[in-house]
Design a protein around this ligand. Structure first.
Ligand code: UGA
Length: 475
């Protein structure tokens, strides 16, 4: 089918590339001229595993082109709107970009088009779109508006698109529902050439769930808010563990074994970030408020998340006593591993707080340095994690990149000023760091046992103080 995708961000670009991969003829537009030129010249405006290879392949096969919004509108029988819906100051989603695209479609498109909202939008946006299209349509456009929320995670977006658990569509006419089913049939049947796995392992076929537009729109916001709630919940449990001397990893494991709860999204840390959860929770609260429903549960989710960085800074203060003048290594800046995205990343708030207290920050991230530099110019950016740790009074683990699991701790021990690791993502278990000569502080873990403290004391603890969730470990 001839398909158009408007907007080449994480969602749009992945959608365009993967729809082409499963056999459609896709035109993808981008209004940022620099980004568009990059894409047209074979460059990538963002880092996302596998995406570059998929784009190369489908462009070579002639199934993906990049160009202007006008060209995209002229091209597709179905048009996916994948433009940004950033948060406004009051928490509402800013629908400006959607409105501009809808107006352009109304003015330029002819014949019948299926218009699909894929951007995350408040419930009833589909209804607004329909109204807007009929008000501004000048060429006798016939159309359906459908919702097709995406559940892609940055860092695994290609895999998530091609092997989803579910495909949700909200369509209010049989024609729209039928077209969406046709578009996704290769994925529903899992019949396409998979660019990631050779001889794709047999998986459960995705569930194709068709609903009305309002329900589909709500599914997206409700899903993201629920996941955010799970994270804030476990973060509060972690706080409790620190006070009562329990181990949050074990608590989460025990909870997750109940299939009604499940183990996913029970990893405590310095809070959720990225361009989805923080804004979607806020937007969902606003949607509820405007509808006269008091969803204060979600306000708490947001508040708990906002306090995570301060809680982490408090751990740093407790260990270093005085933060001013200290050299602090920050490992990881992206809001999660396998992406270069630093939007609403806890790292940004954290580093700003450390700089405000007078620390010198040396940071390393495998992919996000350039994007972080634009918002945090005062930081010294290092080319690897060892360099970041040179002379450091503390190493902070802020993003759980895999490479941090493979560090040479002897080498680190010889380079740091103070052997202290404060792990904001519980990348290690205290046992894994034990024997490495480092003091290890993490999230929601038990206090050092008397045995561990005693052994640690013998090694090197003269400059270190005991505290909650601290493991002192032998060299
Ligand atoms: C999220 C959803 O998971 C996707 O399903 C959705 O499509 C996407 O938002 C979106 O709306 O576009 P994403 O923001 O890429 O995806 O990242 P997640 O993997 O969900 O992580 C979000 C944040 O939560 C990260 O900062 C991560 O570190 C944090 N997190 C996640 C935790 O702190 N603990 C956990 O147990 C899981």
């Amino acid at each position: 089918m001839k398909l158009s995708v408007i907007g080449a961000g994480y969602v749009g670009l992945t959608t365009a590339a993967c729809l082409a991969q499963i056999g459609h003829d896709v035109f993808c537009s981008e209004s940022d001229v620099e980004k568009l030129a990059k894409l047209q010249n074979g460059g990538m405006p963002l880092f996302e595993p596998h995406l570059e290879d998929v784009i190369k392949g489908v462009r070579k096969a002639g199934r993906l082109r990049f160009g202007s919004t006008e060209e995209a509108i002229a091209w597709g029988d179905a048009i996916f709107i994948c433009v940004g819906t950033p948060p406004l100051a009051n928490g509402d989603a800013d629908l400006c970009a959607i409105e501009v695209v809808a107006r352009a479609i109304a003015k330029r498109a002819t014949g019948y088009r299926l218009i699909i909202e894929k951007s995350t939008v408040p419930v009833q946006t589909g209804a607004q779109l329909r109204k807007h299209l009929s008000v501004h349509s000048t060429n006798g456009l016939r159309y359906d508006v459908a919702s097709n929320p995406e559940f892609l995670r940055e860092g695994t977006s290609v895999e998530d698109f091609l092997h989803p658990d579910r495909i949700v569509i909200g369509a209010d006419s049989p024609r729209a529902a039928g077209l969406l089913r046709e578009i996704y049939e290769p994925i529903v049947q899992q019949k396409f050439t998979c660019p990631i796995h050779s001889g794709c392992p047999k998986r459960k076929d995705p569930i194709f769930l068709a609903t009305d537009t309002n329900s589909a729109e709500l599914i997206k916001h409700a899903s993201n808010s629920f996941l955010a709630m799970k994270i804030s919940f476990i973060n509060m449990v972690a706080n409790l563990c620190e006070v009562v001397g329990a181990d949050v990893t074990k608590v989460a494991e025990g909870m997750g074994l109940d299939p009604r709860i499940g183990p996913a999204f029970l990893n405590p840390g310095i809070g959720f970030g990225g361009f989805c959860f923080p804004k979607d929770v806020q937007a969902f609260v606003r949607i509820a408020e405007k509808s006269g429903c008091d969803f204060s549960l979600l306000k708490e989710v947001e508040k708990i998340n906002q306090r995570r960085v301060e809680h982490f800074v408090e751990k740093i203060r407790k260990e270093l006593w005085v933060v001013r003048g200290k050299k602090i290594a920050v490992w990881g800046l992206a809001f999660k591993p396998n992406t270069d995205d630093v939007r609403f990343a806890p790292s940004i708030t954290l580093v700003k707080a450390l700089l405000a207290e007078g620390a010198a920050v040396r940071a390393y991230d495998p992919e996000a340095t350039e994007k972080a530099r634009a918002v945090l110019p005062e930081v010294t950016y290092c080319t690897d994690a060892y360099r970041a740790a040179e002379g450091a009074d503390a190493i902070l683990i802020v993003t759980e990149w895999d490479e941090f699991r493979q560090m040479d701790w002897n080498r680190l021990l010889s380079t740091v000023e103070q052997p202290l690791v404060i792990d904001g993502r519980n990348v290690f278990s205290p046992e894994q760091i034990s024997g490495k000569g480092f003091r290890y502080v993490s999230i929601g873990r038990v206090d050092a046992s008397p045995w561990q403290a005693a052994v640690g004391e013998k090694i090197d603890s003269s400059s270190l103080r005991a505290g909650n969730s601290v493991q002192e470990v032998p060299a």
